[in-house]
Design a protein around this ligand. Structure first.
Ligand code: FES
Length: 384
């Protein structure tokens, strides 16, 4: 081989080496760019959200004098997972005990850069007072969005009737915004009951949505003092008002979120009118302060879980009781809405503050939510 041949051979080999190297670099770069998505749902495996995760507050603004909206993002620019409008986040609240509070997402799931929750400050409310003391840049910990309260999946022609009371507007506002962002045209009538105009969170945004979308009707109603500029409804929401604004009550689906009394009275009236109870959906968050110590049953009895007996006494709810016995029952919200802590009640009687986290089928099959249930008698429970 002469010098020229050596030169060309060297050039060819170094070119091939450079090409191979470049290919490897590009391939590895491509692999990094193309994150693994093993179940093909468009969501990278390493960005999945399991259990408690830290979120950063990126913005805070006031909706009313006692309601603040908190915008939250995940660390390392991770995507917000797909969630259904109407779902909530369960936050760990710093405390000596294990304390969680759940707050509905008030934003649209179509925005995958951040999540937002809107929280009303409640006198003596552990979670809401803590949240209202936080600043932009502070970190909180939450479970991923969950919950059954959503209108997602209903047929497009179904008329959705949203009935909100006070801060109960948040999941319904999320459903409304999701529908608008997705260009869905199903009819929506939103009744929003509050005390005064100042308590109508998102009022101007909803007015704007209703103005721009013929399929959306917005009926705010105020029960407190109103000034002369208020031209909307006054008093309490009732069946007559619903009849006036919803052409076919029996064909509509109703979503309630607000004070128990409002949900109960309107639901009863609707059922009496002939609306099937399967067309009524409601969500109710329960905190330990939702019931006073004196109203809790105090008994000594035997609780049987999956064939093992445990002696119960005191006033712990079932989840706390089994935790004290080092029996693991999964949980997330600890406020009766996510369904994670459900067990089947085979016999006995419980005091349950909420069934929001159970499907209608599970309710019929005697499932109970251990985080908001107390035994009234000997119980036989099944967790599997
Ligand atoms: S932990 Fe969510 S319903 Fe009990």
């Amino acid at each position: 081989m002469n010098a020229d041949l050596y030169f060309y051979a060297f050039k060819f080999m170094s070119g091939a080496f450079a090409f191979t190297l470049l290919t490897l670099v590009l391939r590895s770069f491509g692999e990094e760019k193309q994150a693994i998505d093993s179940d093909g749902d468009g969501y990278p495996d390493d960005e999945r959200w399991f259990g408690l995760e830290e979120l950063e507050i990126i913005d805070i603004y006031e909706e009313t004098s006692d309601i603040k909206t908190f915008k939250l993002k995940r660390a390392q620019k991770k995507q917000i997972p797909k969630y259904a409008p109407g779902q909530f986040l369960s936050f760990e609240i710093p405390s000596e005990k294990k304390v969680f509070r759940s707050y509905s997402v008030s934003g649209s799931p179509e925005n995958n850069n951040y999540l937002q929750v809107s929280i009303k400050k409640i006198t003596d409310g552990l979670g809401s007072n803590w949240f209202h003391s936080l600043k932009v840049g502070d970190k909180v910990k939450a479970h991923p969005p969950s919950g059954l309260f959503t209108d997602q999946g209903l047929a497009p022609e179904v008329h959705r009737v949203f009935i909100a009371g006070g801060i109960g507007i948040t999941p319904l506002f999320s459903m409304l915004r999701a529908a608008i962002d997705r260009g869905e045209k199903h009819p929506v009538t939103l009744f929003f009951a509050a005390k005064t105009k100042r308590d109508l969170a998102f009022h101007n945004q909803i007015l704007e949505i209703a103005k721009r979308n013929k399929n959306v009707t917005y009926i705010p109603i105020l029960s407190g003092e109103v000034d002369s500029s208020w031209t909307g409804l006054r008093g309490r929401l009732n069946l007559e008002i619903l009849q006036e604004h919803v052409p076919d009550l029996r064909a509509a689906k109703f979503f309630f979120c607000g004070p128990k009394l409002l949900t109960k009275s309107i639901s009863e009236n609707l059922i009496e009118f002939g609306v099937h109870e399967d067309n009524l959906y409601s969500e109710e968050f329960v905190s330990p302060t939702s019931i006073s110590e004196e109203d809790l049953p105090q008994i000594e009895t035997i609780l049987n879980l999956d064939g093992s007996d445990y002696e119960y006494s005191g006033k712990l709810n079932l989840l706390e009781f089994f935790e004290s016995k080092e029996v693991d029952i999964p949980f997330a919200c600890r406020s009766g809405v996510c369904g994670a802590c459900k067990v089947k009640c085979l016999s006995g009687e419980v005091l349950s503050l909420s069934e929001s986290g159970l499907t209608k089928d599970e309710q019929r099959q005697n499932y109970i939510l251990t985080c908001v249930s107390w035994p009234k008698k000997r119980l036989e429970l099944e967790s599997k």
